[in-house]
Design a protein around this ligand. Sequence first.
Ligand code: SAJ
Length: 420
Amino acid sequence: MNTISVIGLGYIGLPTATVLASRKKRVVGVDVSREVVDTINRGDIHIVEPELDILVQAAVGSGHLRAVLSPEPADVFLITVPTPLAFGHRPDLSYVESAVKSIASVLTKGNLVILESTSPVGTTEKLAGWLADARPDLSFPQQRGEASDIRIAYCPERVLPGRIVHEIVANDRVIGGMTARCSQAAIELYKLFVHGECIATDVRTAEMCKLAENSFRDTNIAFANELSMICDQQGINVWELIKLANRHPRVNILQPGCGVGGHCIAIDPWFIVDGAPDLAKLIRTARNVNDAKPDWVIGKVRRAVEDLVSSGMDIKDVRIACLGLAFKPDIDDVRESPALEIARLLATRHEGTIAVIEPNLCLSEMAAEQWMIPMELDEAISWANILVLLVDHDEFRRIKPVLGKGQKLIDTRGIWTETK
Ligand code: SAJ
């Protein structure tokens, strides 16, 4: 296992390639984007993730990591490409398929192929089928079992954005080999850098394990979000309620918010729904509850605007400040961000001015979107008639603003709301 090829140099592929390079392996990263390849070969990074820049610089500088546009022969191929949602919440496996087809011509006897991308159950078997079709001269586990020329495994990534460099080493890994020998070979690879336990299982269990983890979280967040809407209607402070309920030794309710964002939790449960549409009732409902939360927040803002208008203000003079745009606290990632969606929709619907405050993004980047009027936190607090707190960033947590007469607060994270 001296040469390792990582296909797809995004949020998972680049950190994985880098950590393998730091273990003195020869790592060839492959990406279809010339810009990504050039950036990495300069020792820079194209994503934002704490500590990763220094590691990439060192890995490229030492000659252990290099990026290329198309696959070269290697001992191990790790596939870490996106698996987005297509129309109708269906999994889009086109990136996996083209990554698999791109390595087929350079595969040689003894190679290990690992899929890390979050995938619907059955994808690794499909992958094996695509490779077998492309390379009839080689044998694969589905035909020859333990005696196959190529070993194939599924091993999902489980790292938390913002903590990837730490978690990629520390977390346990679930390793689903197509045969016991495939699992063993994959474990050998992960043992090069994983300090957590590497646990072997079959491919379908490993695929479902990743989907189940994120669906578990989504379902639990949906419970908190549903509770927050019920409590709002019934005049109960949901944050206080959750604190009290969580004093029960077997209750641990998560935190409500303005919706569920990011590129994992808002997507992966649909893969389970797609595979078992008649059975996955709770998982589908949880997705719908979380997806509906931004609209509920917008409804609250609309009612606050109406209150101000009925007390004599001209609607064009109603100033709204949206605090936070990222999909979760203390990161600059706005992918699938409900906070960004809310701010954008308010900006198109509201006749007055909308300002945005996002301490983790630079103002010039924010101004790239025409509707955005960036503002500093202090200024926004005194400027706005309605403050909509969307993300519980540290900068917001650290203060407790005293609102002026007539100023309204919609606190979707419960950090500025008084509790008893
Ligand atoms: N959220 C809430 N309330 C909570 C917790 C989270 O509203 O109590 C929201 C966040 O604000 C955010 C969304 O959920 O919008 C997702 O954030 P997250 O921190 O729960 O998860 P991700 O998407 O950053 O990372 C998840 C992780 N999965 C689990 O915790 C089960 C991570 O370990 C996975 O590796 C990652 O998905 C992935 O790549 O699949």
